[in-house]
Structures are given as C-alpha cells and as structure tokens.
Design a protein around this ligand. Sequence first.
Ligand code: ZN
Length: 132
Amino acid sequence: MTVSNQTLETGAEKYYQTQLQAGAFTIQRCGDCDKSIFYPRMVCPHCGSDDLQWYTPSGKGTVYSVTVVRNKPENGGDHNVALIDLEEGPRMMSRVQDIAPGEVRIGQSVVACIQRTGDEALLVFVPAGDKA
Ligand SMILES: [Zn+2]
C-alpha cells in the first residue's frame, strides 16, 4: 500500500487542527524560500521544498474580500465569509465575528482568535481594536 499525497496533506491539516484545539494558531514557513504558507501542506507551493516549519504568526490580518452568507436564524443566522491576508503573507478563508456580518469592510484590520464550539476549534477573526 502506498501513502498517497492526500494522506500526507491530511497529516499536516491534522497537526494544524491539533494545535488549534490546544489554543495555538500555527502556520508553516518554508525553510528554503522563506515564504509563509497556509493552508497546511507537506510541500511548499512556491518552490516545492518539503522543509516546512510550523510557527505562530502575529495573528494580524487585513480583509481582502468579504461575502455575507444569508442563513435562517435556526441555522446560525447571517454570517460572512472573508478572505484575510495575514501580515505574514498567506491568504486564508475565515469569517469576521463580533461585528454585523454586512459591516465588515475590505481593507479592515482584523486579528485572529480561536472560537470553540463544543469539541471544535475554529480560527476566526475579530476587528482589530484602535486601542490596545
Ligand atoms: Zn518554498
């Protein structure tokens, strides 16, 4: 039986989820081209290197785009799906919370936080405060 690439990808994703469950947001950085990487994977999408290291990014990001998803209240109500550019470079899909779904603006500064729902840990973003 051969180990498929997909199994390896799942391994990286699993590690990411385990870290998230433990309260840590981690992404990868390539040891060869020094680019930060998200979504978790085994091989650098930029240069093909497998020398990837995990680290904790700043958590700061900027909203690149946002879409409001309409939902019935019993299904959790409206929420948004946003593409966030992390300060370190990678673009990730998430949502912005603690703000009305339609009020998220492109270019808005946000910070990552981990939201727990039961056993699930999910990375979301909240607006970055003007004051510390
Ligand atoms: Zn690379």
